[in-house]
Design a protein around this ligand. Sequence first.
Ligand SMILES: Cc1cc2nc3c(=O)[nH]c(=O)nc-3n(C[C@H](O)[C@H](O)[C@H](O)COP(=O)(O)OP(=O)(O)OC[C@H]3O[C@@H](n4cnc5c(N)ncnc54)[C@H](O)[C@@H]3O)c2cc1C
Ligand code: FES
Length: 288
Amino acid sequence: MPKILRRERLVPNIHVLEVEAPEVAAKAQAGQFVMVMPDERGERIPLTIADWDRKAGSVTVVFMMVGTTSHKLAGLKAGDEIPVFVGPLGKPAEVGSYGSVLCAGGCFGIAAIHPIARAMKEAGNKVTVLIDVKASYLLYWEDKLRKVSDRFLVSARDPHFSSKEYVPHKVRSLLDGPDKPGRVVAIGCTYLMSSVSEATRAAGVRTMVALNPIMVDGTGMCGACRCTVGGKPKFACVDGPEFDGHAVDWGEVFFRRKSYVEDEMKSLCVWERGRLGPESVEEVPQGV
Ligand SMILES: Cc1cc2nc3c(=O)[nH]c(=O)nc-3n(C[C@H](O)[C@H](O)[C@H](O)COP(=O)(O)OP(=O)(O)OC[C@H]3O[C@@H](n4cnc5c(N)ncnc54)[C@H](O)[C@@H]3O)c2cc1C
Ligand code: FES
């Protein structure tokens, strides 16, 4: 079974997980993802490949703690084994020669944008990385991102940083600036990706986003990740996850991502009770 080489907390709610997975490392490309299962009774969840080392045979993912599975992953330590770490899945990100490229990322997308920025730089583009964080203590991987970019910008609601603009505002001002990007890529929460897409629509700059619908098998068999792009049904796991943000039906993405919220809350409460004892969570929410 794949062995954990490293699991560390990067910032309060985000962890890095490095796994011994030589077959995944050998084939990984920017924009692809893996399906991960923390234990034999657990759920498979998709996580973007944030880095890899082909020589060492290791693959790195970065995840945000949101529900049961990500909490279980955060409890793993070096030396533990996990039953499932399958990939690389999905199509690689579109990488070409665009002159100037803007790569925007927030929350787990700060790490997920890293291989795309690196590939864009290797393709000869001038790369600007624009990171969204609510506060300075939520910023991670600054060194890694500076290495793969020509310009590193942070948009934060924090006095520590000069720019207080939310990412879409910053994107608009960069589009009006002297070094207008010929391509924009955004990864992070659905809100960040949809609002960056809106910010670039009028300027007509092609904007790629990595959609994050609920996935079950990750191989095009179950239909869980169905989304509509350009008026056509697509499966994010095999047709994406990268799509043209101007063509995505964002309302559907937001709606479908919430399909199991009540069950997810119940699952987390039950799991926390099991882990910490019955007093830890007063009541499992009623009616869920
Ligand atoms: C292609 C892809 C790449 C992703 N990459 C990353 C990443 O690199 N880092 C990261 O932190 N997150 C990533 N996500 C989101 C991540 O898969 C979810 O946060 C995770 O599944 C939540 O599981 P949970 O049990 O911890 O939380 P839950 O309580 O089960 O769910 C919390 C929320 O996460 C979403 N979610 C739940 N289950 C799934 C699922 N099986 N597939 C997709 N979304 C789900 C739902 O919107 C849900 O409301 C990615 C999603 C996709 C589709
Ligand atoms: S996750 Fe099953 S079809 Fe995409």
